[in-house]
Design a binder for this molecule. Sequence first.
Ligand code: GLP
Length: 244
Amino acid sequence: MKYLVFETPLEAERYAANRIAEIISFRPDCVLGLATGATMEGVYAELVRLYRARQVSFHFCTTFNLDEYIGLPPHDRNSYHFFMKKNLFSQVDLEPDRAHVPDGCAADLAQACAEYEEMIRKAGGLDLQLLGIGHSGHIGFNEPGSAADSKTRVVELCEETMRQNGIYFDAARGEKMPGRAVSMGLGTILAARELLLIATGSRKAEIIRKALQGEISTAVPASLIQRHPDLTVVLDREAAAKLA
Ligand code: GLP
């Protein structure tokens, strides 16, 4: 495991974006696992900047996102389809038919999950999986208790995640956070050839300590990444504050 601790969130986000750009420069047709969440907004902003400066092109890349809420269509502003389109897909030269996000509105969700796994396999597996971390210790939406070998599937969101992400849903506008999502499994994530986890801010310090220096246990799903042979963790000083 490689840790990198930066003074500010911006520097951490820039490092993560540059590592992604570097992977693309080595292998223009790489397969990237992408993530959502506030932390990723800065990472994608930097990737868009690099694209505009002609320092990276996504033209030959294939991407697979980690997760999506069940029941939110792509045009819903709280969906991860919407997030990805707004922050990255519409801003760079990624081919739309090679940018994949799980379908949270499929009539047959189990079948859609199996097909998502098959698409990742057919693409040759994930070269890099970008990860954020939830306060519950989730990666993707793999909540505590998720099996280490789990694949893309329907998951129930835990109370802590309902609290953490619930703030983005505006009840006054009739928005309600779904209690379920489709998520790549821990097995899918751990099979990626490289993992890049980024966390910033003091609110992440405790879960970062548990995930990186605590016991490896499905009670803290992110702790399973400690076993990965090619893991880089990018933090700012505040998120790293509780590490030994
Ligand atoms: C959501 C995503 C996770 C991500 C987390 C981090 O819950 N499903 O994949 O790790 O957000 O969120 P933030 O960056 O907003 O703290």
